[in-house]
Structure formats: C-alpha cells, structure tokens
Design a protein around this ligand. Structure first.
Ligand code: PEP
Ligand code: MG
Length: 596
C-alpha cells in the first residue's frame, strides 16, 4: 500500500498520532430469521442494547457538558428520550415476535420512522431525523458488535487524528482538543466551513483525501501534515524525525513573520491598505486582536447556533459579541448576522433540502424567522455600545432584503427602548457581495447601505456553479476566473462611485498572490484569517500598488484562470521575489497554498 495519502492542505501544522476512524453511518444489516424458541433471547439482546446505548449517551452527554457546556450537551437528551420510548421498543419487539433477528427488527422500525419524519409536514418533526439516525447507528453497532466509533467521545490525552468521511461544522466545534489533534477527511476543500473552522481552532487538517476512510483500518499511526496536505501512514522513526524538523522550521518561519504583524500596511508606492481579521468564534477574540489586525472585517456568528439544541438567548449573544468588540477596543468590528444553511446546519432546527446552498439559508431564513432574528439584532444593538460595531448581512440578492432588515431593526430598537435597555440606535448596516446578483446589481444597494464586503468563497461558488465543499471540484474552484475578477472589479467601481467602504473577507484575501490581485483591482481593505495578518502585511509592504494594478489589468484580460494566474505570479515574483508559498500551486483553486 502506498503509505502517503495526498489531499488538500486545509489547516497548517504537523502532528503525529493514532488514527481515530469515525465511520458514522448506518451499518448494513443481514436478514436473519430466528426460531420461536430464540425470541425471548433476541428481546433480551434488544433491551440490553438499548440500555447500553443509553449508558453511552449519558457518558457522551457528561463529557460534552464538561468541554463544550450544558447547552451543547442537551443535544443528546432527545436521543436518550427516544431510547426510553415504550412504543418504539414495543414496535421492535413485535417484529422480533414475527421471527426477525433483533438487529433486523430494529433496522426496519427505524427506517420506517426516519422516512416518516423526513416527509413530515411539520419542520419540527422533520428535524428529528438527525437524532433518529444517530440512535439507529448507535443501537445497531451494539447489536452487531461493531467497534464503538463515537464522534465526540475520544479519551482525553489520546492525541488522535480524526479520520472520517466528512465533518460537520457543529461536530468540529464540539471536538475535544485534548483528545483530537488533527483532522483528515475524504470530503471537503479549503473553503468548506470545516476547513475555515479548523484554521480558527488552530487544528491541523487535511481534507479531500477521497478514500482515506476505506483504506485505513483505525489501527494505524499517522503523520498529518496540514501545511502540505498529506497523511503518512505508519511512519518510520526517520520520517517522524523529518516531520518534526519541518514542524520546527515552520514554527520558526511563523515567528519570523510575526515582526510584520505590527507593520503599517502601506505599499512601497505609498498606498495605505487596511487589514482586518476574520473571527469565527468569540474565544478567538484575544488572539485575533493580537494578530496585528486593525479590526474585525467578518465575525461569523452562526457558530453560536450550529450544533446547539437550544438557540442562545439575547444575553448570551450580547456577551459573545461584546467580548469580541471589547477585545478590539474601539477598532471597527463587522458582525455578520447568522449565516446558517449550506454546510452550516444546526444539529436540529433545519429542514432537509435538495439544494441547501440554493436554499433557505442566511438572510432568507432570518427574515422568515423574524423573532429569532430580532433576538440577534437586539443583542447586536446592545453590544454596539462597547465600540465601533457594524452589522453585515449575508447572501443578499435584492434590496428588498435590506429594507426588511431595516424594518426589523427599528422594531428591535423599539423593543429595547420599551424595556429601558441601553443600546446604540445608529449602527451602520452593510451587505456581503457573494452572489453574482449582488455584484451585478451593487449600484441598486449603494444608496441604502453603509458598506460592502465581498465574500469570495460564495461568490466563486455561485458564479462558477462549483460547490465550494466538493473535493472532486477543487481544481475548478478558480477565484481568478475572468467572470469572478470582473464581478469584483464591478463592485469596486460601484463602491468608489458611491464613496462606500469595500472589503474582501473571503479566503482569497488571505492568499499572497490573490491579495496582490485584489489590491490591483482597487481593494483597500482586506479581512483575513488572523494567522495570515502578518503575511499579508508583508506582501503589502513589499509590493507597489501600481504594479499590482497593471498585473490586475492583465489578469482581467486573460482568457482563463490559469493564464491569469501565470501572469500574476510572474508580476508578483518580480515585485516580491520568489517565496516557498508561490511554488507547487496548482492552476486555480485554493488548493495548494502554504498559508491559511
Ligand atoms: C464568503 O462566502 O466568502 C464568506 C466570507 O462567507 P462564508 O465563508 O462564511 O460563507
Ligand atoms: Mg459566504
């Protein structure tokens, strides 16, 4: 077997550890008929499996409460309740009495329930499917004597590498950092939210390995190199030593780069660029504030709700936002309203959709669920008293949405005033430009918004019709495609004409070559991963805006992303010199880059 698996470098860092293979899928069940005399024994097996599953769930619940808090742990209550449901037990027993083996009897009942719930008219019941599936997998694994692959229940101190087909952002935020030191998945790309989160958590990750879960057995040790994107299976001592050396020199490079963190980002020909940080979790606030960023260009708030059984109330949200605003002490903090949907699904509370990325996500969901949304708006208006808060709306496609938000904002203000709560009434409101609709029609928003921010992760996805999380399409995810560059240019022209602030907060801004292109296109604000602040500042202080502009003009005229990239690379090297992160890049995609 080839011991080196190659995937996408999704979050930098090198770690060594045992594999924790997570196959969280419903196992195949053979049809098994039992004789009448075996029926009592099968029923007893069923009861024992239910009892063992409940024990496991209580254990997982307690562990989750310990490292993620009581609200996260409450997710498991619904599953425990299912296992205590007498009717469910009676249905399975009835199948056993018709001579089905316990596992088949249980499998049939669960399949029926899952189908029934998935089609239910009530969203609340449809949302139970995820819990049913978890119970289905857990009990069947016990009945079939399969190894226990529990998503979040890895012993502390295991320092394991989690290998799984795909991870949800909700599961990622729940991971116990003392147990899991790295992530490897078959699916996913650099711009999928699991990758973005892994970078925020500082958890090395290699995604897009395609078939790692079927090639590994779970007994191996691996080196995971999240900077290059490889997994080395059962490494020799010499290989481990080599990777340790690499990890050390990476740490040194990073330390060397730190001197640029405090640099003023001015190009050699005197153009001032503002560098903000993206913050995904409130806990990141202090480290992001110390990264050299001049504020927050994007705070992703949806990670406060994904994976939660109960949504955070106004006070909890207020504290989370205020924590970030306080950490940045008066510097601007752009807080984006909940962008749930797509690949960021709450554990419960979201209907299944055929096309989630084109579905009921982000501002669409918030506008339809006005009471839920107003809790966030009230918390934001209160947190705005702590500093320079700006509210940003995701996935906007029409001005109507902005107008509806303004109505809800004025309701939120009245509600706060009625209660005598303190808040700032005049918080700036901006929109993300992350659909071709918003970019083409940017002028229609200009008079009614305070700023724009380009979300290139989604803009590329929606412009090129390339799923941002699909590993098979990673090389087609090309931010330098002429259509994308033209949409960015158009947005820039509208912002300049309307004298509105414009930032880019997608992953593109964190990439040296792309940052160079963006400055060339006229961008004067970039919001990047905190880890990339120093690097992007180094790029800015080394290049000339004039050279970037002529490189961007050339890229805009290129027929393909690959040609655009070649030209940009040549121009960039002429300005910056050669650098390790410029080699090994594949044409297009954010696939082969060195930094996050
Ligand atoms: C984007 O789409 O570029 C963006 C910044 O938002 P997110 O990655 O959270 O969708
Ligand atoms: Mg987006």
């Amino acid at each position: 077997m080839d011991r080196t698996f190659v995937g996408t470098p999704a979050s930098p860092g090198i770690v060594v550890g045992p594999v924790h293979l997570l196959r969280w899928e419903v196992p195949e069940v053979r049809h098994r008929i039992v004789g009448d005399e075996a029926i009592p024994e099968e029923i007893e097996r069923l009861h024992n499996a239910f009892a063992a599953a409940k024990d496991r769930l209580r254990h997982v619940r307690a562990r989750t409460a310990e490292h993620a808090g009581p609200e996260e742990a409450a997710i498991f209550d619904a599953q425990i309740a299912m296992l205590e449901d007498e009717t469910l037990l009676a249905e399975v027993e009835s199948n056993i009495r018709q001579n089905y083996g316990a596992e088949k009897a249980f499998d049939l009942v669960m399949l029926e329930h899952r189908q029934h719930f998935a089609r239910h008219a009530q969203a609340m019941l449809r949302e139970r499917v995820g819990d049913l599936t978890d119970v289905h997998i857990r009990v069947l694994s016990l009945l079939l004597g399969l190894p226990d692959h529990d998503p979040v229940d890895v012993p502390k101190g295991a320092h394991a590498i989690l290998v799984t087909h795909d991870l949800t952002p909700s599961l990622t935020v729940q991971l116990d950092r003392d147990a899991i030191v790295g992530i490897a998945t078959d699916a996913g790309t650099r711009t999928s939210h699991v990758a973005i989160l892994a970078r925020s958590l500082g958890l090395p990750a290699v995604l897009g390995l395609r078939d790692a879960t079927s090639r590994l057995t779970g007994t191996e040790r691996v080196v995971l190199d999240g900077s290059v994107g490889v997994l080395v299976v059962n490494p020799t001592e010499a290989e481990i030593e080599e990777y340790r050396r690499r990890a050390h020199s990476e740490a040194e490079e990073l330390a060397e780069l730190r001197q640029f963190a405090t640099a003023e980002p001015i190009t050699r020909d005197g153009v001032r660029i503002t560098i903000f940080a993206n913050v995904d979790l409130p806990e990141e606030a202090d480290s992001a504030a110390g990264s050299g960023a001049e504020g927050v260009g994007l705070m992703r708030t949806e990670f406060l709700v994904v994976g939660r059984a109960v949504n955070p109330d106004e006070d909890e949200q207020y504290r989370a936002y205020a924590r970030v605003v306080d950490a940045f002490g008066g510097r601007p903090v752009v807080i984006r309203t909940f962008d749930v949907g797509g690949d960021k699904l709450p554990a419960s509370g979201y209907p299944t959709e055929a096309n989630p990325f084109l579905g009921w996500r982000a501002i669409r969901m918030c506008l339809d669920e006005a009471e839920f949304f107003k809790v966030q708006l009230r918390a934001l208006l209160r947190a705005a008293l702590h500093g320079d808060v700006r509210i940003m709306l995701p996935l906007v496609v029409t001005l109507d949405e902005v107008r509806q938000v303004r109505t809800l904002l004025s309701e939120a203000r009245s509600e706060l005033a009625l209660r005598g709560a303190k808040f700032r009434p005049d918080v700036p409101l901006g929109v993300m430009v992350e659909t071709p609709a918003a970019a083409m029609a940017a002028d229609t928003f200009a008079a009614e918004v305070d700023f724009f921010s380009i979300g290139t992760n989604d803009l590329v996805q929606y412009t090129l019709a390339v799923d941002r999380g699909n590993a098979n399409l990673a090389s087609r995810f090309t931010p330098l495609h002429p259509a994308v560059l033209r949409l960015i240019q158009r947005t820039c022209e509208v912002a300049v004409a309307a004298d509105l602030e414009l930032c880019v907060c997608g992953e593109m801004a964190s990439e040296p070559l792309m940052a160079f292109a963006l400055i060339g296109l006229g961008l004067r604000q970039l919001s990047v991963a905190p880890r990339s602040v120093a690097l992007v500042k180094r790029v800015i202080t080394t290049v000339r805006a004039e050279a970037a502009a002529s490189a961007a003009t050339e890229a805009l005229a290129a027929p393909t992303a690959a040609v655009a990239e070649q030209g940009l690379r040549r121009r960039f090297i002429a300005e910056f010199g050669d650098a390790p992160f410029l080699r090994d890049r594949v044409a297009g995609g954010l696939a082969g880059s060195f930094v996050s």
